[in-house]
Design a protein around this ligand. Structure first.
Ligand code: HEC
Ligand code: HEC
Length: 427
């Protein structure tokens, strides 16, 4: 505050001076116009003074805020120093790692370390009775799980279902299925009420769990559950689970010398994943739909043209093997995010690729190429199978400085297919 007051003085001084000047000049009988001008100046000066006062006030407020922030930081640092770590220290460099992070504070670990184990470890001190549990349950859980934990609509049932585990359609509830009570406490504490997880107090959770036990006829209505008697509760299905002993007893048998080579006399490849087009884009315009493989799943280069007039098919694709074109279409998916082909294609991140083979490098209208492409264009270089193959295999290797940020196509067969596919689009 005192700082801002200091600023007032010169500001007020300016006003006084201006007013004095105005008065002195007007008394010497300058024209009325001059006086008017001077009055305007006085008004302007007053406005400036007002603004200066406001600015000074804002500056003082900001200074006060920064001071508070600094005090808080100092206090934090002091606290951290007392608990053995220093927030202002650089992160410790850990040998062989990335040198990131710091050791978690014990408070931070405690906030996450909420798990409760079957033997009662991790349970907080607390207790809750069945009646209180019923109240909380009706209030916070019944809208989904029903007043008696019987489940509403499709929400999970939490009670009943006894003697159904061997049925085809078992009813698995906390009562019929869960072997450990700790799972109920832990799960409810962490994740319920659905949408408001973490809002229950320990006592509320004890009470709710007591009520769920009651709903499952495991305890009487005067039962009080606490961290002390928790492990005494016996669940119906506590013996229903076994420890998985397959690693010791069974794995050895399954792994007896598996056959790795020449296991079958003849091998017939019936399908290739790329041709199968497992995840078709654009509503299933897949190779499988194009190819005439009516009743047999066998697919080979010739099978795709089977039943149609070979020469006609070849003509349609500009003299290129249709199976290869189809494979190229599949491979072109990795290009689609940047390139378009076909009738209404437009430049995107990359240029339109219609008729690219035999075309001058870097010559698509309206596309801004990198320098290396512009140079190739100026030199009149043309895309042929050879330089296109090299470019697609390793774009940056073949054209250092290219804007095409793409790692390259690994399989040579895919490149041949891609070129065949691109050839099927005229300019
Ligand atoms: C808005 C609806 C809703 C409310 C309210 C709600 N739950 Fe749930 N509850 C669910 C859903 C949904 C699941 C299944 C979650 C899943 O499988 O991921 C579930 C699962 C459970 C399960 C595990 C059931 C099983 O057999 O897998 C328990 C136990 C449970 N809730 C208890 C409670 C308790 C106790 C409350 C009140 C504190 C509560 N829920 C409030 C919707 C709700
Ligand atoms: C991340 C975007 C991106 C991907 C993916 C991409 N390209 Fe490109 N492509 C470009 C850009 C940008 C250029 C222009 C290069 C330059 O100016 O340096 C280009 C240029 C080209 C050219 C030369 C065009 C001309 O006019 O000379 C061809 C051919 C080409 N890409 C083919 C492909 C093929 C085939 C694939 C897929 C295997 C592919 N690109 C994947 C962005 C991409």
């Amino acid at each position: 505050m005192s700082k801002s007051l200091n600023l007032f003085v010169p500001a007020i001084g300016v006003t006084t001076l201006a007013l004095g000047l105005a008065y002195g000049l007007s008394s010497r009988d300058y024209g009325a116009q001059t006086i008017e001008t001077l009055e305007t100046r006085v008004q302007q000066t007053e406005a400036n003074v007002a603004r200066a006062i406001a600015d000074a006030q804002a500056a003082a407020d900001e200074a006060a805020r920064l001071q508070t922030e600094r005090d808080q930081l100092e206090q934090l640092a002091a606290e951290a120093a007392m608990s053995g770590s220093n927030l202002t220290d650089p992160a410790p460099v850990i040998e062989g790692k990335y040198g990131l992070g710091r050791t978690a504070l014990s408070e931070e670990i405690a906030a996450w370390d909420v798990d409760v184990l079957p033997d009662g470890r991790g349970l907080p001190v607390g207790q809750g009775d069945v009646f209180t549990g019923e109240e909380v349950f009706v209030d916070q859980c019944a809208s989904c799980h029903g007043d008696f934990a019987e489940g509403v609509g499709n929400w999970p049932v939490l009670a009943g279902g006894f003697d159904t585990l061997a049925n085809e359609d078992p009813v698995k509830t906390v009562g019929s299925y869960w072997p450990h009570l700790s799972t109920a406490w832990d799960y409810i504490n962490r994740s319920m009420p659905f949408g408001a997880a973490g809002t229950l107090t320990p006592d509320e959770t004890y009470a709710i769990v007591a009520y769920i036990l009651y709903s499952n006829d495991l305890v009487d209505d005067d039962f009080v559950l606490s961290n002390e008697n928790f492990t005494e509760v016996e669940m119906y299905n506590s013996d229903g689970f076994v420890v998985d002993d397959r690693p010791e007893l069974e794995y050895a048998e399954w792994q007896a010398e598996p056959c790795m080579v020449n296991c079958k006399e003849t091998v017939e490849i019936t399908m290739r994943a790329t041709f199968l087009d497992v995840t078709p884009e654009g509503g299933g315009d897949s190779v499988m739909n194009d190819a005439t493989t009516s009743d047999s799943p066998v697919f080979s280069a010739s099978a795709s043209a089977e039943g149609s007039d070979d020469s006609a098919a070849v003509e349609e694709t500009g003299g290129v093997d249709p199976a290869l074109v189809a494979a190229g279409e599949s491979a072109f998916r990795q290009c689609k995010s940047c390139h378009q082909v076909g009738e209404n294609a437009s430049n995107r991140t990359g240029p339109v690729l219609n008729g690219i083979l035999g075309h001058t490098i870097g010559a698509v209208d309206g596309f801004r190429y990198s320098d290396v492409f512009q140079e190739a264009n100026a030199a009149g270089e043309v895309w042929d199978a050879e330089n296109l193959t090299a470019f697609l295999a390793d774009p940056r290797g073949a054209m250092a400085g290219t804007k095409m940020s793409f790692r390259g196509v690994r399989e040579e067969a895919d490149i041949a297919a891609l070129i065949a596919y691109l050839q099927s689009f005229d300019e």
